[in-house]
Design a protein around this ligand. Structure first.
Ligand code: CAO
Length: 443
């Protein structure tokens, strides 16, 4: 056992300052730089760091004590700990005006010479303003260690967040426990409230008051996708652009190819052509093949073209991803669509088959409907919905007559933080052009 005394270091012009918090307990194992206590003057607060690691044997101060440089703080057993300041000069006498901090105390059974160790400059504490003013003019009273703790949890000291925490310490000081309790309470709030949308909580309604009910557990997929859909819906400002593509010729071509595709074991679907057209549009409008960087400062443009498709399964919605759609032909894409859909419905889809998508296609065309507003599969920035293609009378300017054309409804939802309305309309116009004459995809 090597017991050392730890003194208050040189704290500049601070003298006779109040100990407002003791941050360690007897028996605590602490590392170099661990904050031992916080002292506060009228103008600033500062943490006193440990000059080296060890086990706290005895506290020599209590909250409310007044201390100055040289006041004894605690006794530390440093056996087995490397003294961080071992390269610092060693002095043999204690002078409060200098920066002495630690003295070895000879344990009763193993007397050892007294040694004092200077704290190297990096160990000298930095004062911070004791009462930071926040946006609302309210003082947020918190010690440096509490501010640091809050910062580690993503609460920005000096910002409005810290001022939202009510301090339970003396004079309303925010304590570590106040930060912990605040974070717990925030996490327990419904999602919208936690991200600052200020939703009032949904009322709990006893539906049996109104009639017979049956309660079914949500599937795992529904719970997972529900949470993601909710987050995406509230976090990305959605705009949905509607359009219609004339797929009369495409559908004729697809039908003419069905037998040949079947001989190759492929069910040639409209979706396979749509995927090719989507990649063509993504190349032309790269901001659609992008994600916002986590810092919100940059756009990450992707040079690969992995396209996901929403697949309806008995357990709920999943989104398998077809990789490198730009490098595959329509037959390959159709084959992969069928394979991945089957795996999804048999619950055999691997997690990595649902990752890495750049853009999503959601087709409800096989079921019905005229349009819908798909939710962006964030961090992607856009998704296209397909509804049921219908024969419609379309005005032909050249022949000045209405012609029956097969029109495919397109619903493009995009993240307005990344994509402007004009580009949204350009993107669907481009798709319309590609789908109306798929020979263009070869160009
Ligand atoms: N208009 C008219 N008919 C369409 C069509 C459209 N837009 N899209 C498909 N069809 C037809 C197909 O040609 C097929 O007809 P036949 O059986 O006569 O050949 C039939 O509808 C069924 O097609 P399908 O839906 O099985 O196949 P697909 O390749 O078009 O779609 C898949 C595959 C996986 C996308 C689809 O099965 C599916 O799961 N769709 C649901 C997606 C979903 O839930 N989206 C909502 C998510 S919320 O954003």
């Amino acid at each position: 056992m090597t017991i050392k005394q730890v003194f208050v270091p040189d704290i500049g012009s601070f003298a006779d300052v109040e100990v407002i918090e003791i941050l360690v307990n007897v028996g605590d194992s602490i590392a170099t730089d661990t904050s031992l206590m916080t002292v506060e003057s009228d103008k600033a607060a500062m943490d006193i760091p440990a000059p080296f690691g060890g086990v706290v044997k005895e506290l020599k101060i209590k909250v409310g004590d007044k201390v100055s440089a040289g006041s004894l703080v605690l006794m530390l057993d440093t056996a087995g700990e490397a003294v961080a300041s071992s390269t610092a000069p060693v002095v043999t006498s204690f002078t409060p005006a200098a920066t002495p901090v630690v003295a070895n105390v000879p344990p009763p059974t193993h007397p050892a010479p007294e040694v004092q160790v200077h704290i190297p400059p990096k160990h000298r504490p930095d004062p911070v303003a004791a009462h930071a003013e926040f946006a609302d003019g309210k003082p947020a009273h918190a010690s440096p260690s509490v501010r640091r703790f809050a910062r580690e949890l993503g609460i920005h000291p000096g910002g409005a967040d810290l001022s939202r925490i009510k301090g339970s310490g003396p004079r309303g000081r925010i304590l570590k426990e106040d930060v912990q309790n605040w974070v717990k309470a925030e996490l327990a709030k419904p999602t919208g409230e936690a991200i600052g949308l200020g939703f009032s909580p949904a009322p709990v309604i006893d539906f049996t008051k109104f009639g017979e009910i049956e309660t079914q557990a949500l599937s795992r997929i529904k719970k997972l996708s529900g949470a993601n859909l909710h987050r995406n819906w509230v976090s990305a400002p959605h705009v949905t652009q509607f359009d219609e593509a004339d797929i009369t010729d495409l559908e004729d071509f697809r039908k003419s190819m069905l037998d040949e595709a079947a001989k190759r074991g492929v069910k040639l679907t409209l979706l396979a052509f749509l995927m090719k057209a989507v990649v063509n549009a993504l190349r032309t409008y790269p901001s659609f093949n992008a994600s916002l960087a986590a810092d919100g400062e940059n756009l990450v443009l992707k040079k690969y073209f992995h396209v996901g498709f929403a697949c309806d399964t008995p357990d709920g919605l999943v989104v398998p991803v077809i990789r490198d759609v730009n490098k595959k032909d329509v037959m390959d894409i159709a084959r992969e669509l069928a394979e991945l859909s089957e795996l999804a419905r048999e619950r055999k889809l691997k997690v990595d088959a649902m990752q890495g998508g750049c853009f999503t296609v959601s087709s409800l065309g096989g079921i019905g409907g005229t349009a819908f507003t798909p939710i962006i599969n964030c961090p992607e920035v856009a998704i296209i919905g397909l509804s049921r293609a219908e024969m419609k009378p379309v005005w032909n300017k050249a022949s000045k007559s209405f012609e029956p054309r097969l029109m495919l409804p397109l619903s493009l939802s995009y993240d307005h933080r990344v994509i402007d309305g004009a580009d949204g309309a350009r993107f669907t116009s481009h798709l319309r052009l590609m789908l109306s004459d798929v020979r263009r995809l070869l160009l």
